[in-house]
Design a protein around this ligand. Structure first.
Ligand SMILES: Nc1ncnc2c1ncn2[C@@H]1O[C@H](COP(=O)(O)OP(=O)(O)OP(=O)(O)O)[C@@H](O)[C@H]1O
Ligand SMILES: [Mg+2]
Length: 273
């Protein structure tokens, strides 16, 4: 029987981590708009477990759980770092100092130096941008449909590349770099801007904004490694490709952990409370 559960109640998704009877790590997620489903799942499967909460919506979830006991809460950034360290160990990735980008609803950027970590910034461009802007541009509401559709897209007429501007001049930087995300819509005359193209453009916007902020942070701190986490990377090879190629181009080492969005929940599970 499960005795402990770690829960990360985020802006969009509530992630749960627990050990099963065979001591295997199990993961589950719910929409944060449906805390009743979380409560029902706990009540019917793990009613006796001790829970540790993290995440920005932890208080709201706590209200919905009606627990007789006080439910411990740990600060989201501490839980996330614990979860990252655990996964690095599990996946045998050797990395003691890195920039960490958590691409959740929004994106939070941290640095980890040995056991010490701090939040250094972030951007409102994140997973919420993928679903929200994606929905505004195409009407597609389902996350997996957005991801699948974006894979068929082409950013040629959506973005402006450096080479589009420096057409006949000597290039000051690599011509294949994006000069303007979505700038092509206003500048280029072609009308072929399909739903897949628009969604591929959104993926490009998110990947390039997040990775360039992380690259600048890595340069400022003298770090090589950048760890990218958050559920926005889940099943999302296109976003991973955008991030990977730009990060490698800037001579940094991108690391993607397998349990993308679950670092906070795993950290809460591991916490000794
Ligand atoms: N099944 C899904 N439904 C909705 N969004 C999903 C789903 N799977 C992945 N996503 C993506 O993951 C993003 C949320 O990521 P994550 O769970 O890491 O953030 P969060 O913890 O809810 O938010 P925050 O940390 O900013 O409070 C969504 O914005 C969306 O882009
Ligand atoms: Mg989160």
């Amino acid at each position: 029987m499960t005795t402990r559960i770690g829960i990360d109640a985020g802006g969009t998704l509530t992630k749960i981590a627990y050990w099963n009877d065979e001591k295997k790590l199990k993961l589950k997620k719910f929409l944060s708009s449906d805390f009743h489903a979380v409560r029902d799942w706990i009540d019917s499967n793990h009613s006796l477990a001790s829970i540790c909460l993290t995440g920005g919506r932890a208080e709201q979830l706590k209200d919905c759980l009606f627990s007789k006991n006080e439910i411990p809460y740990i600060v989201e950034f501490d839980a996330t770092m614990n979860g990252v360290m655990y996964q690095l160990k599990q996946e045998k990735v050797s990395c003691s100092s890195a920039v960490i980008a958590n691409i959740g609803t929004g994106t939070s950027i941290h640095i980890m130096n040995g056991q010490v970590h701090s939040r250094i910034g972030g951007t409102g461009i994140g997973g919420g941008t993928l679903t929200g802007l994606g929905m505004a541009l195409t009407g597609i509401t389902n996350y997996l449909d957005i991801i699948e559709t974006s894979k068929q897209g082409n950013r040629t007429f959506i973005d402006v590349l450096v080479s589009d501007i420096y057409e006949k001049n000597k290039l000051p930087i690599k011509g294949s770099l994006t000069a303007s995300n979505f700038g092509g819509i206003a500048i280029k005359t072609q009308n072929e801007k399909s739903e897949p193209d628009l969604l591929a453009g959104v993926q490009g916007l998110i990947g390039e904004v997040v990775s360039s902020l992380c690259i600048q942070a890595a340069d400022a701190h003298g770090f090589e490694d950048i760890i990218f986490i958050g559920s926005t990377l889940e099943n999302n090879e296109l976003l991973q490709q955008v991030i990977e190629s730009y990060t490698l181009l800037k001579q940094k080492n991108p690391i993607f952990l397998k349990k993308h969005g679950y670092s906070g929940a795993i950290g809460a599970l591991l916490e000794n409370v």
